[in-house]
Design a binder for this molecule. Structure first.
Ligand code: 5GP
Length: 236
């Protein structure tokens, strides 16, 4: 399958049409951004690592019956996937408090949450991805029905129930992550985008070392090595 027209360029990926109306190709870029695009850099090999990690995690989810847009990996930086109507809600799943949860609500960084928290952010760079409640999401027409919001939450929890123990076996705490969803040509809600250290936080269970994009956000260095370590543990 060949790339045809550039349909959209995001911060971390380029999206191309193909000869098949139902399929798109994503090209994973080496670009890094944080703080709503205010901090920018590039790290050679990052795109390929995120593609490979996402491929493995989409395959894992599909093997558990979770529908995703993944079709196949084309090469190091390219993934073939279904075309969807993107739902402009970022679904955030949290097992341990850190990041914006600690900042906004004053919960001590590293606190293990008594239950898994699922939050919705409005996927809107111009507004800085603000928090949404269900009524906001319905008011904005981001979904058609309350049932769809309930489904996003249910799928997010199912995914956490698959990924959290999977990573625990690899001595990694899945601290939190962001999911995106779209509707396929039949109207089914499926997981889209990527699942990678760009949008998940992974902490080594023993050393507490951060093996994700916080290395860039916090200027810790060693980003490629951390992402490679995540891929090695997934494949190991
Ligand atoms: P926080 O709200 O603490 O900044 O992020 C929570 C989790 O969601 C983190 O794993 C973070 O990587 C992910 N996340 C939230 N918003 C975004 C976003 O706009 N882009 C990316 N790549 N990840 C996000």
């Amino acid at each position: 399958m060949q790339k045809r027209k550039l349909v959209y360029e995001g911060k971390a990926k380029r999206l191309f049409s193909t000869d098949d109306d139902e399929l798109f190709i994503s090209e994973f870029k080496d670009d890094l951004t944080a703080f709503n695009g205010k901090k920018k850099s590039s790290e050679s090999g990052k795109g390929a690592l995120n593609n490979k990690i996402s491929v493995e995690l989409f395959k894992l989810l599909q093997s558990h019956g979770i529908p995703t847009h993944f079709v196949k990996m084309i090469d190091d930086n390219h993934m073939l996937h279904k075309k969807t109507n993107v739902i402009l809600i970022e679904v955030i799943v949290r097992n341990i408090a850190t990041g914006s949860l600690s900042k906004n609500l004053g919960i001590k960084d590293g606190t293990i949450l008594p239950f898994t928290l699922v939050e919705f952010d409005y996927k809107n760079d111009a507004l800085g991805d603000p928090k949404l409640n269900d009524q906001h999401a319905l008011l904005l027409g981001l979904v058609d029905f309350q049932d769809e919001l309930d489904k996003l939450r249910r799928m997010a929890r199912q995914i956490n129930d698959i990924l959290r123990p999977y990573f625990a076996k690899k001595n990694l705490n899945l601290v939190d992550f962001k999911l995106e969803f779209g509707k396929d040509s039949s109207g089914n809600i499926i997981v889209i985008d990527e699942i990678s250290p760009d949008n998940c936080r992974f902490w080594d269970m023993t050393t507490k070392e951060k093996l994700d994009k916080d290395r860039f956000r916090q200027g810790l260095g060693g980003l490629s090595m951390a992402y490679q370590e995540i891929l090695n543990r997934i494949l190991g």
